[in-house]
Design a protein around this ligand. Structure first.
Ligand SMILES: CC[C@H](C(=O)O)C(=O)SCCNC(=O)CCNC(=O)[C@H](O)C(C)(C)COP(=O)(O)OP(=O)(O)OC[C@H]1O[C@@H](n2cnc3c(N)ncnc32)[C@H](O)[C@@H]1OP(=O)(O)O
Length: 302
């Protein structure tokens, strides 16, 4: 009986810690008038498609947006599943990198317009917006180097999702397009703020106000995409994206994760807070196994 009680207390503490940690990572909670359970229940009513995660032995996760009938548009259940997969990735201690792609050779056409129509009242809209901002902010802050592999079309919320990744790779003939203006909207999943930080305010204004088609060439010149992959075949392109990512994820897991955490701090925090965070992260690798082994090997960086 005592052991069961101790186990239960332990479980409670772990759960509390996890919830607190997630709250810290989330933008919105009850204090912002946000009721997550309410919107989750609503989103669950709009089903279809799935978000699949495959965690490879080399520390690379492959997240697949899977709703090809609707060009991988996000149904309500897919939004909830994305949150679940992000939680899974937060708890994946062996992870170093992540590739997000869409099933059947296209990325994502945004939110499912059938579901959107049903939640077009202002409270549901605000809650859905907060739900997706929370999820995509947690995705962006994962200690994994992330890549959006854009094949086919990344429209609306799909375009926004690409901006929550560290890098974007495009295949020939693919297109990123913030079509929100044509839907009488602005980005709401945090894609506007992130786009400004990626391409600058002038280019972001052109892409949003013009609902402009961004092909691989333009994306490269804007710095929105890092590379155009040679193949537009789904499987081949995924292999090429994995090879591209490997140049950044090769090495000890603790160090790769620490690198990403330093960049996240630098990207998001005011300078002094970022410097303090960098010091704390430095403390996690200084004198660690990879550092000690390197001191023995004394590599020359020629
Ligand atoms: C914050 C996010 C924001 C919001 O909700 O606030 C949004 O994301 S709004 C959604 C923005 N996205 C769109 O408006 C996309 C509209 N769709 C299209 O422009 C085209 O379907 C396109 C260009 C994605 C693909 O064109 P294509 O000719 O290649 O294929 P089809 O049009 O025949 O599409 C196949 C099939 O998929 C359905 N579809 C595509 N996108 C969506 C979507 N977002 N929601 C629901 N359904 C979608 C399309 O209607 C076709 O179905 P069918 O039954 O055959 O008509």
């Amino acid at each position: 009986m005592e052991m069961a009680l101790a186990l239960w207390k332990n479980l409670l503490q772990t759960t509390k810690k996890r919830i607190l940690q997630q709250r810290r990572l989330s933008l919105y909670n009850g204090a912002h008038g946000y009721e997550e359970e309410l919107i989750k229940k609503k989103l669950q009513q709009f089903s279809g498609g799935s978000i699949n995660l495959s965690k490879k032995d080399n520390g690379i996760g492959i997240l697949t947006l899977n709703n090809p009938k609707l060009m991988n548009a996000f149904t309500g259940t897919m939004m909830v599943e994305l949150q679940e997969r992000v939680t899974e990735l937060e708890n994946w201690k062996d992870g170093k990198g992540l590739i997000i792609h869409g099933a059947e050779n296209t990325f994502c056409s945004g939110s499912d317009l059938n579901a959107v129509k049903e939640i077009s009242n202002s409270q549901d809209g605000m809650y859905m917006c907060m739900f997706m901002q929370n999820t995509l902010t947690r995705l962006m802050r994962l200690p994994l180097i992330s890549v959006a592999l854009v094949q086919g079309k990344a429209f609306g919320g799909g375009a926004e999702l690409t901006t929550a990744c560290d890098f974007r790779l495009m295949t020939p003939g693919s297109e990123i397009r913030f079509v929100h203006k044509h839907m009488g909207l602005v980005p709401g999943w945090g894609g506007g703020a992130r786009l400004v930080r990626i391409v600058g305010s002038g280019a972001a204004l052109q892409l949003l106000a013009g609902a402009a088609r961004v092909d691989p060439e333009r994306a490269l010149s804007l710095g929105l995409s890092q590379e155009t992959l040679p193949s537009s075949d789904g499987t081949t392109a995924l292999g090429q994206a994995r090879t591209w990512l490997a140049q950044y994820t090769e090495g000890p897991t603790t160090v790769i994760r620490a690198v990403k955490n330093v960049v996240t701090a630098g990207r998001e925090l005011p300078l002094e807070a970022a410097l303090r965070t960098e010091k704390d992260i430095f403390g996690t690798v200084w004198g660690g196994p990879a550092n000690l082994q390197a001191l023995v090997r004394r590599p020359k960086h020629k």
